[in-house]
Design a protein around this ligand. Sequence first.
Ligand SMILES: Nc1ncnc2c1ncn2[C@@H]1O[C@H](COP(=O)(O)OP(=O)(O)OP(=O)(O)O)[C@@H](O)[C@H]1O
Length: 627
Amino acid sequence: MNKEKGNLSIHSENIFPIIKKWLYSDQDIFIRELISNACDAITKVKRLSSLGEADLGDNTDFQVKVVLNKTAKTLKFIDNGIGMTEEEVKKYINQIAFSGAEDFLKTYKDKGDVDQIIGHFGLGFYSSFMVAETVEINTLSYKQDALAVKWRCDGRTEFEMENSSKDERGTEITLYLGEEGGDFLNEYTVKSTIEKYCSFMPYPIYFEVADKEPEKDKDGNLIVEEPEVLNDVTPLYSKQPSSCTDEEYKEFYRKTFRDFQEPLFWIHLNMDYPFNLKGILYFPKLNTEFDTMEGRIKLYNNQVFVADNIKEVIPEFLLLLKGVIDCPDLPLNVSRSFLQNDGFTRKISDYITKKVADKLNSLFKSEREGFEKFWEDISPFIKYGVLKDSKFYEKVASIILYKTTNQQYITLEEYLEKYGEKLDKQVYYVSDDVQQAQYIKMLQEYELEAVILDHNIDSAFISHMEMKKKDIGFKRVDSNITELMKDKDQATDGESSTKEAETLTKVFSKTLGKEDCKVQLESLKSQDVAGMIILSEESRRMQEMMKRYSMGGLNMGAMPTEEILVLNKKHPLIQYILEHAEEETELLNCIVQQVYDLAVMGHKPLSPEAMTNFIKRSHEIMKQLIL
Ligand SMILES: Nc1ncnc2c1ncn2[C@@H]1O[C@H](COP(=O)(O)OP(=O)(O)OP(=O)(O)O)[C@@H](O)[C@H]1O
């Protein structure tokens, strides 16, 4: 075959159903499209008037009206914008994908600010066929002597056009709702969809139900309902940060997110160069510790809602916040895979991350007390950010706070400055301050404190910090802390001590029936404790990791816990056991079991069986005391 070249041909009969069905993923988007067309039409006529090219007459109360008629099954979108002439209807409506908005932008781009125009593709109008069987346009252009035009199409490729009697400038689009649009005969659905997509559109949007039974008061008088504006035409984020008050920020938060808890603080984003972006990010207060950390970032394009939580634009960890971001430079209807690979999107994301980190740093420096107060609320978010984003980590690493067992908040640097020398650059931490209370008390006796890291995210956070800061290590308080507690004057490494340790291992293994009982003999400074359980930090972490994987369905097999029973050589009970090791008396048995159970209890709950025995034994001991 000879090489051929040619143009692909498109049959409009085929393309139309595709547009109708698959152009938009959400059916309710037609409301956004028609209202943004209406707003565009108003922006255009205002612009022309300001250029002296249009006479507005007394029709200057710019607004968009949406009218539902349940009986007639119609939904109307009425504006007093630019309107269309017969030629324009032919050009912009009859030619699918020919955008009048693009045309307008081209003509007027050098004549002032036309950034407000929303449409680009010339397809939005056709989304109305996703819900309507027939669509009617009745429009009168601003142009002098223009004739009003009525256009009608029943969802096939033929249309009808004729002159109409419309005598007010603007456009009225009527959708005759079909079966697919049945949901939109419900006024609450229409109202909430308008609120979802259009709550910040730049002109007032009114909604009314034409065939609503008028309500009467108790005296039988008709109640006249004032039409209600559904949107906020100048949302707070579009204003200059310096002109907004705290109360306004809180009110905007309440209204936008219907969250009546006050936000902790907020960041007003306002950027013109190298891209245009405005918005407010709020740090919400977590209601309870069980609160799911689910935020909501609403993305807008020129005050038109695009979507919630687009993680291609907003860094994933910031999705835990609540906020609105308006970026007119982002196209309205683009696929997420496009956004993902877009360098521009990454720049936006980096900018937002930087702004958040800057705000946190400035709060830390100028309002440390306040920063400490809401640390508990923001710390999961910051730690998540640290794990997810290395740039964010670099910016906030030095201001991460740690709550100590003395109920104070300090940074890692401050902790190491205070205890680094004593602790050989180890950071002691607690994952459960009730269960590990005994260890905390021991540390306090040595004028030391641990930091509390008890959130789900903390084990990953600890590993991350160790990876980043190679010279420090985190150790849970019940790991091997005997080094600290040792009485340095009383060595336990001589020959006799080794022998004693062997003896104790034998006695405890036999009495407890545990062959693998690991015993370590130490001279602890404290005389209060006879024994305690310690765990190797590494093996405990390994075990926790295995557990997590097994929860994820992977069978990693069971890992033995490396528990060590540390016995305090200086304690009289241990001395007694050593002296009477050979005797195998009931008293010796009782002391060994009691010392062991007490050591375990300081570390974790006893098993039900061990607990029963412990209670029984404790009663026996007390009985002995009074006999
Ligand atoms: N209410 C209206 N008043 C005046 N002109 C309108 C109105 N609705 C639509 N038009 C004209 O029809 C054109 C096509 O509209 P359509 O919604 O299909 O595309 P668009 O708004 O240009 O782009 P997008 O697909 O991004 O919405 C518009 O650009 C505009 O010129």
